[in-house]
Write a protein that binds this ligand. Structure first.
Ligand SMILES: *[C@@H]1O[C@H](CO)[C@@H](O)[C@H](O)[C@H]1NC(C)=O
Ligand SMILES: *[C@@H]1O[C@H](CO)[C@@H](O)[C@H](O)[C@H]1NC(C)=O
Ligand SMILES: *[C@@H]1O[C@H](CO)[C@@H](O)[C@H](O)[C@H]1NC(C)=O
Length: 289
């Protein structure tokens, strides 16, 4: 018993030191300059809604767009003036949209299907916000239309509407790392058949407007197959990752590397790849194939 009392003293001393440290930390937090507002799902939902409203109305500016910082605007990996891009086409009829939200990076990804308007499109857009003022400072889109890889907006609409992308129940959510690793494994396996991505037995892929289902989502291309320039948007709540990246080899009319532009939106359930949506731009009709 004596010994126990002796050991308690240093523990108590440590505890009181920790407490005063905690007090100091909380004091300095309280007196620090006002912190930036948090980037929440609501922030990102506002940004995507405001972008979609502008796209539907044919407006080249919108409320979430930064008016004080330069905005980087790209379509199919080419920088251009936002007033010359898809927002300036007089308004696009939006038949379907789906968004994922990455509050860690303060970025979103939105897929848009326009099937019944005068010019059918499937558009994938990543918005990146400034974490200080929560305004959009970067927009990158893959704009697919007639002649792009397996393009068929009607198919994109039909199959998209059938899928269930409800929020994953909180207890079953995967971490960012698991979701990202599944997406990377899918792409890395294209040129390396020793990599076995974690496909669900029900895995389905919407590639342009065509659909394969039943778990057979594996793709292989002749190596070497070096997929570069990956830009991620990750949403743990929806189990989703979108990756914009270069696609070597596919487009016969282009040099093999870096190839053409694509993005893959992937839904992971229980660590397994359930849905894949691929949006690939072609320089030649159907990438010359
Ligand atoms: C983000 O916003 C702040 C406040 O408006 C501004 O000072 C800063 O330059 C912006 N950063 C970028 C990368 O645009
Ligand atoms: C986007 O989709 C949501 C629901 O899925 C819908 O309520 C909203 O009106 C759509 N936005 C546009 C601009 O069509
Ligand atoms: C892949 O391409 C990147 C960028 O061009 C390059 O840095 C890297 O060395 C390449 N890797 C392989 C395995 O070819």
């Amino acid at each position: 018993m004596k010994q126990r009392g002796l050991r308690l003293a240093p523990v108590l001393l440590q505890l009181s030191m920790m407490l005063s440290l905690l007090l100091l930390v909380s004091l300095s937090v309280a007196t620090a300059a006002p912190t930036a507002p948090a980037c929440t799902r609501a922030t990102l939902q506002d940004a995507t809604t405001s972008y979609l409203t502008a796209l539907a109305a044919g407006k080249t500016t919108f409320t979430s767009l930064s008016s004080t910082s330069p905005v980087a605007y790209q379509e199919n990996d080419v920088s251009l003036d936002i007033t010359k891009g898809v927002l300036s086409q007089g308004g696009i009829k939006i038949d379907f949209n789906r968004s994922i939200y990455d509050t860690t990076q303060c970025a979103s990804y939105t897929e848009v299907v326009s099937s019944t308007g005068k010019h059918p499109y499937v558009i994938g857009t990543r918005l990146l916000l400034n974490t200080t003022d929560l305004k959009v400072i970067m927009i990158e889109s893959n704009i697919c239309d007639d002649g792009d890889w397996l393009f068929n907006a009607k198919g994109s609409l039909t199959y998209n509407q059938r899928e269930n992308w409800d929020p994953i129940p909180e207890a079953k959510r995967n971490t960012r790392e698991v979701i990202k690793a599944a997406g990377d494994a899918y792409i890395n396996a294209w040129g390396d058949s020793t990599i076995k991505p974690p496909f669900s037995s029900q895995c389905s892929r919407l590639e342009g407007g065509s659909y394969i289902s039943g778990g057979n989502c594996n793709l292989n291309f002749p190596p070497p197959f070096n997929v570069t320039n990956r830009r991620y948007t990750i949403d743990e709540e929806l189990g989703a990752v979108d990756i914009f990246h270069n696609f070597p080899f596919l487009d016969k009319s282009l040099p093999r590397d870096p190839g053409t532009q694509t993005n893959n939106l992937i839904r992971v359930e229980d660590g397994k790849i359930r849905f894949i949506h691929e949006n690939t731009v072609c320089a030649a009709k159907n990438c010359g194939r």
